[in-house]
Design a protein around this ligand. Sequence first.
Ligand code: ZN
Length: 254
Amino acid sequence: MSTFIRPSGLDAPVWMRGTARHEAGYIHLEEPRPYSIFDNEPSLVFDFADVKDVNGCVAFASERGLLTHGDPHPGGELREPVTEWLAQAEKMRRLLQLWHGVRTAILTSDITILKNVWDEHLEPAPAATTDDELVMESRWEIEMELNSGLRNVKTRVAADWRWEDGAPLNADGWFGYVTEPQTLLDSLYHQLSMVIVQRIEARSCLNCGRPFLPADTRQRYCSPTCSSRSRYKRFAEKRQRESVDAVDAGDARL
Ligand SMILES: [Zn+2]
């Protein structure tokens, strides 16, 4: 059973997306049209965490809309400052790194990743004096940030409950527990929480280090691009080794 939010057909929140563009420090949305933010996939969290510049903001907003401005009803301006976007994406990136660090520490007792995340990106320095304390403090940090991201997510019970996939439609007598993010940013935090609570295994790409959700257990790279880049790198290294070996062999004959 998938716990990713698939609410019943009752007033599932819609969000606006359209053509995004950058102007004077703002991401603007044009020709907005509604879509359901519940169609978002968990991997979207990882895509958002990868947004590092204006082009990334525009690409993401064109695909999924603005972060907190996109409710079709209240109207108002459909624009958000780039600085806000980059800050939010960085926050999510740090959370994913922290989580990856905690998982690594728990599974392998290696706290190097965790230490790096704190040293490089987080304030204030942790008060922890032992490895175990650092792991605990990191978990509290994750808890705090997730709860802060979830503070506007509404929950309710629905009597008219139907699963989209995997379980009965029109199951009379069933009740559902429905979670309703109010904005795209809410939805990202909800999905990240689900990934963490359900311990869905994320991986670090062997080529670029970016965290991603593997589609199957063999996937080692975040994208086909990284996979082929890595293949090319290995090929180039092998060729270089062979040519060095050939030169060495030549030297030996002299
Ligand atoms: Zn990669």
